[in-house]
Design a protein around this ligand. Structure first.
Ligand SMILES: Cc1cc2nc3c(=O)[nH]c(=O)nc-3n(C[C@H](O)[C@H](O)[C@H](O)COP(=O)(O)OP(=O)(O)OC[C@H]3O[C@@H](n4cnc5c(N)ncnc54)[C@H](O)[C@@H]3O)c2cc1C
Length: 487
């Protein structure tokens, strides 16, 4: 008999969360802590979504998306998770750039960037100060028509080298381009500039294990290997979900699955207004990624001067579309030293990431796909040689992932690594206006993607759900539809 992953599940809950990415986990935790009966359903056999890891023989543990996040994670994790999680967040001090325009190492914060921009790049102090203040002052009420390119043109006209320094890591961090609204750049850049780049000591496996413990402490019921097939909607309100052919009721549902597939596949167009559907169909997905995972032999060590994060490029000029090309010129290397997992076996690993288009990988035959992966590995090792001499001889294990890999494991349409473009945020926020009690939380709109963005969006949506259920319990007629959890 196959195992029943829904064994002993209740007929209804206050809230069902679909998906255990960082937004889904956080929404579930905040709601569980507030005393709601929460069921968390994850289709994969692991929690974490893109915040994931995998093990290979030889004691190697690869982190897929733990490359760096802003300091804001400390505050969010302390408040919405635990002190133990917050206290394990540590700074990555050596962020390197190496391209035909410049090579430098920085701690990637405002002080150090101001020093570089005025000293090495020769800009006036007042211009640099005004740029930082403008980027930091950006918010949703700003003019969303101004693009990142226009922002740079205003402060640094003709300075491609400066644009490259300021933009390359952010393009990598959230897939944004010079044509996206400047606000998507300003918010993310300022988040990093406040203190630098941080990581989780203990690795993604350590973080997700601590999160799971906390969810259980807060009474959240967790079920893995449970793909939700449908979200049940009747009379303009959410009633629950269908999973494993079973209906489970809920007063509210939070979907952490991809925004577009939540709306078009799990809900379906019938329940939505024509205007909203048009908006949904206009949402552009963000790009995907390829990665090469490399583990050094157990007794091999990387010199710490290699850096923590290295933005390397051989392209003479900076163009965001080049960063998506199959003909890879730019790679971001993350170097992991034994300090990444102080309690684990001492290992040195390297993950090379490159933004990529799903279409470039989806139409290939089996043979072409395998050959392209081999080519990706070989060209990556070629470019790593400059930073890790004799790297081929020193390697214990190498493998690659593509946009198809991300799609397979997370069900994200087109393997999108960073959710949707800016317009996705409004569509995500409007979902409960279409269907009472149904929310989406997860990477959208560039700003709400990445580890910090996803966690913060989980909190925002958990607060929305709490407000609805509190009003319903108090007998507010505008929320009365959410009083029962019958499917
Ligand atoms: C290669 C790569 C590198 C990255 N590097 C960084 C980085 O350095 N710093 C950073 O901050 N961010 C990084 N990110 C982005 C970051 O990892 C994501 O933005 C964030 O983890 C997404 O969280 P999320 O809550 O949106 O959900 P996701 O991680 O997208 O998870 C969604 C979950 O929903 C589940 N699901 C989907 N459909 C169903 C269904 N029908 N039923 C049940 N479950 C379902 C999926 O299995 C998945 O677990 C990177 C991403 C990638 C891919």
């Amino acid at each position: 008999m196959p195992k029943d992953f829904l064994k002993d599940v209740q007929p209804s809950y206050d809230v069902i969360v679909i998906g255990s990415g960082l937004a889904g986990l956080t929404a579930a935790n905040v709601l569980g802590r507030a005393g709601y009966r929460v069921l968390l359903l994850e289709q994969h056999y692991k929690l974490g979504g893109m915040a994931t890891w995998f093990k290979r023989p030889g004691g190697h543990i690869f982190d897929v998306s733990l490359h760096g996040f802003p300091y804001g994670m400390v505050k969010s994790c302390r408040r919405y998770w635990t002190a133990e999680i917050a206290d394990s967040i540590v700074q990555l001090r050596n962020i390197r750039f190496d391209n035909p325009m410049f090579s430098l190492t920085t701690s990637y914060n405002r002080d150090d960037f101001s020093r570089l921009l005025t000293g090495r790049f020769g800009l006036a102090e007042a211009t640099v100060r005004e740029f930082f203040d403008t980027a930091r002052g950006m918010n949703f009420y700003d003019d969303q028509q101004v693009t990142t390119r226009q922002l740079f043109d205003r402060f640094f006209p003709g300075r491609e080298d400066v644009v490259r320094l300021l933009m390359e890591p952010i393009t990598y961090a959230n897939g944004s381009t010079l044509e996206d609204p400047a606000i998507t750049y300003g918010i993310v850049f300022s988040n990093f500039m406040s203190r630098g780049v941080f990581t989780f000591e203990g690795g993604t496996d350590g973080l997700v294990a601590l999160m799971r413990q906390e969810l259980l402490r807060n009474g959240v019921e967790i079920r893995i290997r449970c793909p939700v097939e449908r979200i049940l909607v009747r009379g303009g309100r959410v009633r629950g979900v269908v999973v494993g052919g079973r209906e489970i009721g809920a007063r509210a549902v939070v979907s952490n699955a991809n925004l577009v597939s939540t709306i078009l596949r799990l809900v379906g167009p019938e329940a939505l207004s024509a205007d909203y559907l048009e908006e949904v169909r206009g949402v552009r997905l963000n790009n995907s990624s390829t990665q090469v995972y490399m583990a050094l032999k157990p007794d091999e060590r990387l010199d710490e001067s290699t850096g923590d994060l290295l933005f390397s490029s051989t392209a003479p000029r900076f163009q965001t579309d080049l960063l998506l090309s199959r003909d890879i010129t730019s790679r971001t290397f993350s170097f992991y030293y034994p300090r990444t997992r102080p309690a684990g076996r001492p290992r040195c690993l390297i993950v090379s990431s490159t933004n990529a288009r799903y279409e470039d990988w989806a139409g290939l035959s089996r043979e072409e796909y395998e050959a392209s992966k081999r080519d990706l590995i070989e060209t990556t090792l070629d470019s790593l040689e400059k930073y890790v001499p004799e790297c081929r001889r020193r390697m214990d294990h190498v493998e690659a992932s593509t946009p198809l890999t991300f799609q397979h494991y997370t069900q994200h349409v087109a393997g999108a690594s960073f959710g949707t473009k800016f317009e996705g945020l409004a569509v995500s926020r409007k979902l409960p206006e279409q269907i009472s009690g149904l929310y989406h939380s997860g990477s959208v709109g560039i700003i709400m993607s990445g580890w910090l963005g996803a966690i913060n969006y989980g909190v925002i949506v958990a607060n929305d759900v709490d407000a609805l259920l509190t009003r319903a319990t108090a007998g507010d007629p505008s929320a009365s539809l959410a009083t029962t959890g019958n499917p």
